[in-house]
Design a protein around this ligand. Structure first.
Ligand code: NDP
Length: 394
């Protein structure tokens, strides 16, 4: 029996709300909050049981503390944007409540995501005997748990890791992003980076590609090397790791649109002067693009996200692939969202369940691979994200 405050009710927050509401034994009282209360009410009306809603600006720490003191949650789930991470962590520390998020902190004025800002909270969470679980989505999130599972059960040492994220779905729109457009475009247009022999190697944005043959009739697709935040914690926590990379599929159509938008300056994150006022081009672009939450009924096809791992077991080389397939239309039937929001929202609910039931506990700031993967892997199968593993003979 526990109380959870969910902050942010966009594409992902909607799925989190549904999945928590489906599990009343764990999430007995739920509150949905964001700056737009009408959106919280709209999602609340979709749910199978009553939940509370509230308006809050999570960047305003005193306002957030007042809401936390009034609702008295056991856990705050930050499903808003990476910009809010530190403010919500501050409010959790001040009010003595556990914290969970799905994406690491990113300053508004610099397209740069790093764990250093959130890892700096380690001592403060420890001292207050509170737990902060970072990155409980799919990637980061499930991908970290896949690595911990592989490390625990299948490898003595992991040497090479390729995280491969494929969205083989089609929403029929000329150009749209599957989650928050501003965060998505900042991530995709940034320089690539991978870990090799103890060092970070930088690549030009989307300049490296490979073709990977995806399972479940998805077939071969071109994947592009990108930097992704879980590489930072995995490079520290997977002992013996020699190389770690992250790949994502993009259609030629998506990349062509992105290139044109970049060339004309529409993806800039610095303010420009327009008709006597300051606007940030990428924020204006976000206002024009389809809301990712609106893609739910339109998207068909599947996603496939997994980890391809090479290493050693019992003195012999081993190659292993663990992945999940998720169907956009099946997600929509269950929670009125597409699979990108679903694959993020389900692990957020499972991470929260692990914390609230005390299966995962600890004082301090944790990345997902630092906790026991077994109960989380079992829950993925139970709550809609079943996984498959393949061992290749070497
Ligand atoms: P959306 O833009 O659809 O939703 C964001 C939500 O946050 C909205 O409800 C918005 O409502 C709310 N919000 C924004 N600013 C504030 C604020 N200051 N105070 C309170 N609420 C706020 O984003 P998504 O649902 O697509 O993404 C949510 C998070 O999930 C992001 O951090 C994203 O990076 C992460 N993500 C993680 C993935 C993973 O696998 N780990 C994959 C995909 C996404 P309002 O503006 O009304 O306040």
């Amino acid at each position: 029996m526990s109380r959870v405050l969910i902050i942010g009710v966009g594409g992902v927050g909607q799925v989190v709300a549904h999945k928590c509401a489906q599990n009343p034994d764990v999430f007995s009282e739920i509150m949905l909050a964001s700056r737009t209360k009408s959106r919280c009410d709209e999602v609340a009306a979709q749910l199978p049981r009553p939940v509370q809603t509230a308006r809050v600006d999570a960047d305003n720490v005193p306002e957030l503390c007042a809401l936390i003191r009034e609702f008295k949650p056991d856990l705050v789930m930050n499903i808003a944007l990476p910009y809010q991470d530190l403010h919500i962590m501050d409010a959790c520390l001040e009010t003595g409540v556990h914290y969970l998020d799905t994406a690491n902190y990113e300053p508004l004025d610099e397209a740069k995501f790093e764990y250093k800002w959130q890892w700096a909270y380690q001592e403060r969470f420890r001292e207050k005997n509170l737990m902060a679980l970072l990155g409980s989505g799919f990637d980061p999130g499930v991908t970290n748990v896949f690595c911990a599972w592989a490390q625990k059960h299948h490898f003595d040492e992991i040497h090479e890791l390729d995280i491969i994220d494929c969205n083989a779905g089609d929403h029929g729109q000329p150009f749209a992003t599957n989650f928050n457009p501003e965060i998505n475009i900042r991530e995709v247009s940034a320089k690539g980076r991978y870990w090799e022999r103890g060092e970070w190697v930088e690549t030009d944005p989307l300049s490296w590609s490979m073709t990977f043959n995806f399972p479940d009739n998805i077939g071969p697709k071109k994947c592009y090397l990108m930097y992704h935040e879980e590489l930072e914690s995995l490079a520290l926590n997977l002992k013996g790791l020699k190389r770690a990379r992250f790949w994502m599929t993009f259609s030629d159509n998506y990349l062509n649109h992105l290139r044109v938008l970049e060339n004309v300056g529409m993806t800039r994150i610095d303010p420009i002067e327009f008709n006597g006022q300051k606007i940030v081009p990428i924020q204006f672009l976000k206002a024009l693009l389809p809301d990712p939450a609106s893609l739910g009924p339109l998207t068909k096809g599947k996603t496939c996200i997994g980890c391809l791992i090479k290493g050693v077991k019992n003195g012999r080389p081993r190659k292993y692939y663990v992945y999940n397939i998720c169907d956009h239309e099946a997600c929509y039937r269950e929670v009125q969202s597409q699979a990108i929001s679903y694959t993020t929202g389900v692990p957020a609910m499972i991470g929260a369940k692990m914390m609230l039931t005390g299966v995962w506990k600890g004082a301090g700031v944790f990345n997902m691979e630092q906790l026991d993967p077994d109960p989380f892997m079992a829950d993925l199968n139970k709550y809609g994200l079943p996984w498959t593993e393949v061992f290749y003979d070497e």
